[in-house]
Write a protein that binds this ligand. Structure first.
Ligand SMILES: C=C(O[C@@H]1C=C(C(=O)O)C=C[C@H]1O)C(=O)O
Length: 405
């Protein structure tokens, strides 16, 4: 297990439990996140009482948190939590150092009591604007889907396809959201750990390894992430070998990004990698792409690339339209917000939008885990199934807790 910075969590857990219980009970929208390798926990509350949907023209949005499903909506809009309240907590400081700066919560309850109140408020009635979802996907359903995908690739109608599955797991009565967030933060220092709650849409908890687009000052970045294997052996970041299938799979995602740059005639970009990166107990191949938006005179590159990239060939396939149509036709469930995009917008001069992967939708007494796997001509369906099991486990293992890790 990788360990993050030393975190002074005890009192913070108590505080966060009360804060979330109060805001969820009041029907507010909430986002909580920690960016990769950061020591800050960010908390955003939208208390307007309105479920807002906006066009994702990022540069024009007020500070907030954006949430977009896998499928484009007819009006191309995304959910948007507006920062009525926003603050961040330095997880390296002790609670005593910053407690006086925190929003006062007048009625303090125990952690257990707060967890119960949170659980009652997590659940909402139905999903606005998204297709009805059913929560079944057997091993055989998934294997059939992979086989169909391979046939399409062999017939040269697709280059790559990323079928997904969902997995329903029971949530214990004592499910404790805040403790799960803590465990994700401690276990996955390289991930975008996130929780968000939109009463009319749902509650999701995840730890994504994949940036879709990020802008900070004049810097734009994106990444191509694909190829998956389990961490094993000594110094895996250095010693892991990749097969032709995985190298090709990741190269297709990189090519897709470069094709997007070409479409808008952007020629000056840095491409770094591919290199092996760790996401929990999985390894992936990753290339990073960086652009200076000022020097290239692309001040709105964030929005432009967001529109061109989503959904990327890392979560959908290639060619994009054909892959998307294939999934719409053959995947027997609605991906909902899985493989959509989420993240903070215009907060402290930074926008960081991630692909919504390694994620769970929290429901009454159960959670739905989602995972996909990149399929190419050489894929072995059973192995792809195992890959999705490992991906589901990244979040699944941190939902039903026993106190010792
Ligand atoms: C689709 C997922 O992950 C994506 C697919 C990968 C793959 O096919 O190897 C690797 C990383 C992600 O880009 C997922 O986590 O569900």
């Amino acid at each position: 297990m990788q360990s993050a910075v030393a975190i002074q969590f005890d009192n913070l857990i108590h505080y966060l439990s009360n804060l979330l219980a109060k805001n969820l009970e009041e029907g507010h929208q909430v986002a909580v996140w920690r960016q990769p390798k950061s020591q800050f926990l960010h908390i955003l509350i939208d208390s307007t009482g309105e479920t807002k949907r906006v066009s994702p023209i990022l540069e024009e949005l007020t500070p907030g948190f954006i949430v977009h499903p896998f499928e484009d909506q007819e009006d191309k809009k995304a959910y948007f939590l507006q920062a009525s309240t926003y603050f961040k907590i330095n997880l390296q400081l002790s609670f005593e150092d910053y407690k006086n700066d925190l929003n006062d919560i007048s009625e303090i309850k125990s952690i257990e009591e707060s967890a119960k109140r949170i659980n009652k408020s997590l659940i909402t009635d139905g999903i606005e604007g998204l297709r009805e979802t059913h929560f079944e996907c057997t091993r055989q359903d998934f294997i059939n889907l992979v086989e169909k995908g391979i046939e399409e690739i062999k017939a040269e109608r697709l280059n790559k396809i990323v079928p997904a599955k969902l997995k329903k797991i029971e949530l214990h009565e004592q499910f404790d959201l805040v403790k799960s967030i803590k465990r994700l933060i401690e276990s996955y220092p390289n991930a975008f750990v996130n929780f968000f709650h939109i009463p009319k849409v749902g509650s999701w908890l995840g730890a994504s390894p994949e940036v879709l687009i990020q802008t900070k000052g004049d810097q734009f970045s994106t990444m191509s992430l694909a190829g998956t294997q389990k961490v094993s052996g000594e110094n895996p970041l250095k010693n892991t070998a990749w097969t032709q299938k995985e190298i090709e799979e990741q190269a297709l995602v990189s090519r897709y990004i470069v094709d997007c740059f070409k479409k808008i005639r952007l020629r000056e970009y840095d491409e770094i990698g591919p290199k092996t990166v760790m996401a929990g107990n999985l390894l992936h191949l990753r290339s990073d792409f960086k652009v200076n938006m000022k020097n290239t005179n692309f001040p709105k590159l964030g929005s432009v690339m967001l529109e061109l990239l989503h959904p990327t060939s890392a979560v959908c396939g290639m060619p994009r339209k054909e892959a998307f149509d294939f999934l719409r036709l053959h995947e027997k469930f609605d991906r909902s917000l899985f493989a959509g995009f989420i993240g903070p917008v215009n907060i402290e001069d930074e926008t960081a939008i991630y692909v919504n992967l390694r994620t769970a939708r929290l429901m009454e007494g159960f959670a739905i885990l989602y995972a996909g796997a990149g399929v190419t001509e050489d894929s072995i369906p059973e192995k792809e199934w195992e890959e999705t099991e490992m991906k589901c486990d990244i979040i699944g293992r941190h939902l039903n807790l026993t106190d010792s890790l």
